[in-house]
Ligand binder design. Sequence first.
Ligand code: GLU
Length: 412
Amino acid sequence: MTTESALQTARTQLRRAVELLQLTENDWQTLSTPRRILEVAVPLRRDNGNVEMYKGFRVQYSTTRGPSKGGVRFHPDIDMDETVALAMLMTWKCALTNLPYGGAKGGIAVDAHTLSLGENERLTRRYTSEILPIIGPERDIPAPDVGTDERNMAWMMDTYSVNAGFSVPGVVTGKPIVLGGSLGRTSATGDGVAISTIEALRVKGIDQKGATVAIQGFGKVGYWAAIALENLGLKVVAVSDVSGGVTGFSSVADLWKYFQANGNLNMPGTDKITQEELLHLDVDVLIPAALADSVTEKTASGIKAKIIVEGANAPTTPGGDQILNDNKVLVVPDILANSGGVIVSYFEWVQDKQNYFWSADEVKQNLNDIMMKSFREVEHMAKDKKVSWREAAHMIGVARVAEAHRLRGLYP
Ligand code: GLU
């Protein structure tokens, strides 16, 4: 992963939005500077008694519109630059969807697959205790991201609560339901990707029944998007995980059963394909739902899909974006397409604050309302200003943060 480019990409996108919105140089200065950056050492005692040191990060990019919000990533390639870039994206994502949040991101440079359950718990708890002074339901609210899930959130919530002396469920979102999690949070990002896909098909005039989809990734985002789309009558023709892609399965549900039982996608009767072959399949919709930098200058020109829905954060490089725009591919950008996760995180936080929990239908309806509103706003802005959907989404998000800055003024 090219971490430097993730930050460069994010800054280039911001610069473009600032120009399109005709904001001032002062605005650029305030918008392009992360507000709080913390790097911590996270010692871990391995099961064999050895002590290893890991780098942990938490970036609070913006707190202008509310407490900062964003996931915690466990990935060997994560570094401070990438964390800043992802925290910046969270800022525009929360503003675009009009959630009362700033943006944050955190992580540990570790391969979670190499950790036993006990090691994962110790690492998560120590990381939480290192960043404890700057998080909290009114300050900064972590959530799951690549390499973390509801178990990590339970440990984070417990560590914070033990230190506070009472239960503080609102300190993280994406928790297990019994600890104050929300119904619908697990599938929320995938559900939002499905909503975006249906809307993009409408814009392109393609019938959703039988529309074909290829999904890169079969995890927290890709799997749930695949299930939701299959239920809506689309045909998911290929998915992949880190080891490669697969096509020729009869249903996502069947493939998932096999995957759960065997830990791989080599289901009898299916065909293996490479990641690149998956990207270049002749499908209506391509959903990159893995890591950053998958659609690049090298891979973009072979893409035949008419629509790309970015389930992952920053899956497309600026070079890739240019080619897709030239080829008239409709790209639903990450900060819109994958916003379902943070939207239901917001619902979870609201429910925790009120100690009053919603039905699954209520969560679904409210998620749908917010996503549809954001989608329409981006669609109109793109048409009105004759810009790409990515530019339109950034313009809306950045304008809201800039306006909040202006109204709050500068202290002292
Ligand atoms: N990690 C997710 C994202 O990138 C969710 C963040 C959250 O729920 O706070 O949007």
